[in-house]
Ligand binder design. Structure first.
Ligand code: GTB
Length: 216
């Protein structure tokens, strides 16, 4: 069944792989599934046609035959369930990999997103400078615990999984805007290892090409 996803026609990250279609592209590349992309303007995101697919007016969405999905966690989970390559076959190992999908989305990513929002949209507010140390301490605490758990392992639990994919993408948001990761060389190496995967490189090149085309 043909797969179509949505993405920004002109991404605010200028093709650095930070917009969330990158997760879906990367997951599809890991499992070897081709996909088409429908590019949307910010205005189109808020139109009824897109909101029928994504009630919050965001990218990405995922269409496969009659199936329409939104939320990158659900989309990556669907891809990992349907196609081999992102979750182990052993039931317990699979459940442990799924833990890391939830940990990435529910425990590690929220403080990172909170800080990014403060930097991107609240920079000029009088309280942002006062709030920033607190936001960064919350991230620091998560990174310290994650770093200890990862130790010198290549991936969070055995082979590379959908949990690593979501975790790395959450952490990359920090790489772009803060030195917090510098405190944890093993997390930096973890990101570098993930970025060296051929599937990651193909996904990154595809979304960068969209940005380059949009700038002529
Ligand atoms: N929980 C949803 C999911 O995981 O699918 C969140 C989806 C989401 O945040 N989508 C964003 C969006 O459509 C784009 S990716 N925003 C438009 C809107 O809400 O109106 C988030 C994002 C945006 C910009 C950068 N950047 O510039 O670095 C990085 C990530």
């Amino acid at each position: 069944m043909a797969i179509t996803i949505t993405a920004f026609e002109s991404s605010p990250d200028r093709g650095r792989g930070l917009a969330r279609d990158m997760r879906v592209r990367w997951a599809l590349e890991e499992v070897g599934q081709p996909y088409a992309v429908r590019l949307l303007s910010f205005a189109a995101l808020k139109q009824p046609a897109h909101k029928a697919l994504q009630p919050f007016g965001q990218i990405p969405t995922y269409e496969e035959g009659d199936l329409v999905l939104f939320e990158t966690g659900a989309i990556v989970f669907h891809i990992a369930e349907r196609y081999a390559g992102l979750l182990p076959a052993d039931a317990n190992a699979r459940s442990r990999a799924i833990i890391w999908m939830f940990a990435a989305l529910n425990t590690v990513e929220p403080p990172i997103t909170e800080r990014s929002n403060a930097v991107l949209t609240e920079r000029d507010k009088p309280w942002t400078a006062e709030r920033m140390p607190m936001l960064e301490d919350r991230i620091r605490a998560r990174l310290a615990d994650l770093s200890i758990r990862l130790g010198d392992a290549a991936w969070l639990d055995g082979d590379f999984s959908a949990g690593d994919l979501l975790m790395v993408h959450a952490l990359q948001r920090l790489n772009a805007s803060s030195p917090l990761l510098d405190e944890h060389p093993n997390l930096e190496a973890y990101i570098t290892r993930a970025e060296a995967r051929p599937a990651y490189k193909r996904a990154f090149a595809a979304q960068l090409a969209v940005w380059e085309a949009s700038t002529g």
